[in-house]
Design a protein around this ligand. Sequence first.
Ligand SMILES: *Cc1c(COP(=O)(O)O)cnc(C)c1O
Length: 407
Amino acid sequence: MIKINENYLKLQSSYLFSEIAKRVAAFQERHPDTRLIKLGIGDVTHPLPPACVQAFHRAVDEMGRAETFKGYGPEQGYPFLREKIAAEDFQARGADIAADEVFISDGSKCDTGNIQELFATDIKLAIPDPVYPVYLDTNVMAGRTGPFKDGRYGGVVYLESTAANGFVPALPKEPIDLIYLCFPNNPTGATISRAALAEWVAFARDTQALILFDAAYEVFIRDDSLPHSIYEIPGAREVAIEFRSFSKTAGFTGTRCAYTVVPKTCRAFDVEGQPRLLHGLWYRRHTTKFNGVSYPVQRAAEAVYTPEGRRQIRGLVDGYLKNAALVRQVMTDLGLAVVGGENSPYVWVDTTRDSWEFFDLLLQKAGVVCTPGAGFGRCGRSYIRISAFNSLENVTDAMERVRRALA
Ligand SMILES: *Cc1c(COP(=O)(O)O)cnc(C)c1O
């Protein structure tokens, strides 16, 4: 008899985005003339930077000629891209990361899920609340969370991010083996200081834990005091794996390119308590189950590091941050407390009431779609996430409507 993986039965239905879609569709049916403005999605809206498009085109042409055609590439990624990443994203910031510690992939979503294959099932997990749902659901699938009861999984330690702790969770009081951190954060938009990140690194070193650091929104950091990478913290190489993506950096959500850094000195422990290096294990996993990102996509990603690419991305991100500043301004003027939006495309707004109630209010009164915080965890129940991924025109229009609706 073929049996299923029972862990899949513990998954909660992804109620959030289907419920939003349902409410939006019902509203639109009753008000067919209202032009809805969507500030709910976590997807970019501006097209690829021209430098990336040109590099993409050139590489496609190479694939069409016998002399320059390429078949399977190196599974870990082409050296031309890994070397740029190591030099520009890490070494230039004083982080000691080499090109062969970088693994190119088709997304951080997949990487944050796949990486857990390296770890035992009976480990203690710490996951943020509110959270990017992928961290939680992939661990449910792997059988690490225990059953779902009263809104939470019994086997998970929830790292609560609240106004009281400045949206940076406190160190756990109990032993933890695997810790997920995401800064700048999705959904809160909060950032972590160098000192606070150093405390997490020290905690992981002291307790033989490992940190999975998701820096998908690194490009939005404008405050020079903030760390861009966990490897800017001394001692992090042994205790942290970092995830980066070109999705939010350069509009690659539909093009697909990301990377994971596993330093050669990063360790976990075997049943005898002996340290084992994770680089070789991830190399084995990656090269066995993945055949590499396409050559033209890697060339397009490489163009991110050219002077034109950098300039274009700067402009793109400036545009999103301008939208975020506008959202912050209007929400603050309306008397609501906000976090995020300064080094992040997300603004997390304390609505002081039920997040679905506020979602309905914005939808009905302003024709603006946001994301109710309850969908990201218990700590989001009174919050909404407003995304800056839209045109300035739409965000300006949306904020004008919200101002009128809530005045
Ligand atoms: C968008 C996002 C990613 C990137 O995912 P890709 O699969 O690379 O597109 C990773 N982490 C978080 C928290 C995100 O919001």
